[in-house]
Design a protein around this ligand. Sequence first.
Ligand code: PAF
Length: 281
Amino acid sequence: MKVLHTVAEFRQARAAFDVLGFVPTMGYLHQGHLALVEQARRECPAVAVSIFVNPTQFGPNEDYARYPRDTDRDLTLLEAAGVDLVFIPSVEEMYPPGFGTYVIQPAADEVLEGAARPGHFRGVATVVCKLFNIVQPTKSYFGQKDAQQTVVVRQMVRDLNLPVEIVIVSTVREPDGLALSSRNVYLNAEQRAAAPVLYRALRTAAERYAAGERDAETLRAVMRSVLTGEPLARPDYISVAHPLTLRELDRIGADGALLSLAVRFDQVRLIDNWLLEGEGT
Ligand code: PAF
């Protein structure tokens, strides 16, 4: 496994491979990241992973400085997973003095994570676009856990004709349903015990959908009522949206819906989602 820190070094090492699978990460890897790497391994003869805590996707009052980092442990996990190339650039390498070009999707900033975290998707789209240009992957793997991110990345690839295939991999969960996230380490014991309420709320709404409920407001109310049963949980948003446009729905039609939640446990904010398949999907 080669570990590269500069764009020039990475490009030189990348030239040894034809077809390349790519998993972009911010490090502090967990089983969710490794599921992406495993799928890339199965589908591509060579795999690259990037580790870069991208400052431009964090708001001024967010957790950039304290975002968990453990590069030695990450490298041990990636070596064991059979990764070929790891790209770990510095902030200066990615954003040298004078940097001034951004990828923006105004519509993404109007809903869900985009509305709650101004500038977040500008940062994500810009860094993913840069990483695609540096890594030049054949396929790139993203987790369904960050559902709106997958929509933004797919739209960027379409709009900018980027020559990469995007593969979305199912969310990996703890046995009690909590979606794996690097931010779960911020939870204290009491909050950790309360956190699976997101999964329970989504599952309860999905069961109502399976039983025939198609009214979106009823499903929002179902999720709200499960969340209200957990005193530590403070919902940020409770959404039943179209799976591609992410606009809130009145009724769920042939395209199905994306149920998504952002919930605060004091300072810790968790997100999770559940895709409801439509008759047309
Ligand atoms: O999902 C993440 O970890 C990040 O948003 C990504 C895609 C690596 C871009 O910084």
